[in-house]
Write a protein that binds this ligand. Structure first.
Ligand SMILES: NC(=O)C1=CN([C@@H]2O[C@H](COP(=O)(O)OP(=O)(O)OC[C@H]3O[C@@H](n4cnc5c(N)ncnc54)[C@H](O)[C@@H]3O)[C@@H](O)[C@H]2O)C=CC1
Ligand SMILES: NCC(=O)COP(=O)(O)O
Length: 338
């Protein structure tokens, strides 16, 4: 099948992890679907990975994104971003960190200016990037910076069974808890409401707001954040016409019965959001950044250094990220659809 829409741009992610393997496997999964993508990666590294993993994927060098759709029918299109040092499987090398960041910048530019329908990012080893002075906690914050003033990035993880949006992202738990405020909850819930309408075509998303404390505070006897901070946020959102309810006890709000009552859960901190979705569906979960002027998704997992090079990495989440990026691009009127 051929596609008339622009291809999706995929970044290299951490070269010492499973990114090359899941990228090659994603091409095998998507090659006949009319959903072309190209990867910004070191050509030789990817070719070597295909050989080492015995994956029968022709790797095709392209120099412009508009060559990708045609090439995709024959093999995996690669726009080469050279690495600076040989890759040692499972051991990130800070000498390659600048190439990892360059790939993100380049792919973002293409997604923002049109040659790519969307940006999909492979997982990065954040600690390796910090060693070269990368000063963003993750892609989400970096992409917000690249998007420029006036754009606020909001992290959402989405699977068929659950969507979760953490109020704080990459913060120590103590800082996340002490930093909870009515204003932050309102801001994140507004972004979730707008993003679900714009990118998922929902008319009036139903938001479930999580509590923070056991039993959502048990009427204040196990913590007062629900009464003092979260409830005022829900009241503000209600006055704005946003369908937000809660605060719900965090231990029961992710059961199948509870999930049937809402479209997305607004969670008070990173792990409250990510533990349930990864437990339910780590191979189908997708990380989506709401609020950017370009489409960005990513697999929900990390670099998996412990299994790099073993040939056992599951590409499911990356494939789901590709599919979701294409669906969102369609919602944003980029003429894409499967
Ligand atoms: N979007 C991104 O760039 C993300 C990056 N990370 C980064 O990844 C690094 C490692 O993070 P961890 O917490 O160890 O999480 P991880 O997801 O890399 O690994 C956790 C466990 O899941 C397994 N696993 C992960 N993906 C898999 C796959 N596709 N198939 C089979 N097994 C898989 C790993 O082998 C490991 O046992 C950190 O530097 C973290 O910051 C983590 C999450 C997202
Ligand atoms: N745990 C999710 C995660 O770390 C992904 O972050 P980002 O790199 O997408 O900002």
């Amino acid at each position: 099948m051929r596609s008339l829409a622009p291809p999706v741009a995929l970044t290299m992610g951490e070269p010492a992890g499973i990114a090359a393997e899941i990228t090659l496997k994603a091409w095998l999964a998507l090659r006949n679907t009319g959903s072309p993508f190209f990867v910004l990666q070191d050509f030789d590294h990817l070719s070597d990975a295909a050989g080492a993993l015995s994956l029968s994927v022709p790797v095709i060098s392209i120099s412009r994104s508009d060559e990708a759709s045609e090439a995709f029918n024959e093999g995996l299109p690669v726009m080469s971003v050279p690495l600076k040092a040989p890759v040692a499987v499972g051991r990130p090398d800070p000498r390659n960190a600048s190439s990892v960041v360059d790939a993100i910048r380049l792919a973002t530019e293409m997604a923002a200016s049109g040659p790519a329908a969307a940006l999909v990012t492979n997982p990065i080893q954040k600690s390796a990037l910090y060693e070269i002075g990368f000063c963003f906690p993750g892609h989400t914050e970096f992409l917000e910076h690249l998007a420029g003033p006036g754009h606020r990035a909001t992290m959402m993880l989405a699977s068929e069974q659950l969507k979760v949006i953490p109020v704080s992202i990459h913060e120590p738990l103590s800082a996340a808890v002490s930093g909870i405020s009515t204003a932050k909850i309102v801001e994140v819930a507004r972004a979730a409401d707008a993003g679900l309408r714009r990118d998922f075509g929902m008319e009036r998303p139903r938001l479930a707001i999580a509590g923070l404390n056991p039993h959502a505070g048990e009427q204040g006897s196990m913590g007062r954040e629900e009464i003092d901070v979260i409830m005022p946020a829900i009241e503000t959102l209600g006055r704005e016409g946003i369908d937000a309810h809660g605060p719900f006890p965090p231990d029961t709000m992710f059961t199948a019965r509870s999930r049937a009552g809402y479209d997305a859960a607004i969670c008070m901190y990173h792990d409250q959001a990510l533990i349930p979705i990864k437990t339910l569906d780590v191979d189908g979960g997708v990380n989506v950044t709401l609020g950017l002027p370009f489409v960005r998704t990513s697999p929900d997992h990390g670099t998996a250094l412990d299994i790099a090079g073993k040939g056992i990495a599951d590409p499911g989440s990356l494939v789901a990220a590709m599919r979701m990026a294409i669906r969102i691009a369609g919602h944003r009127g980029k003429g894409f659809g499967e």
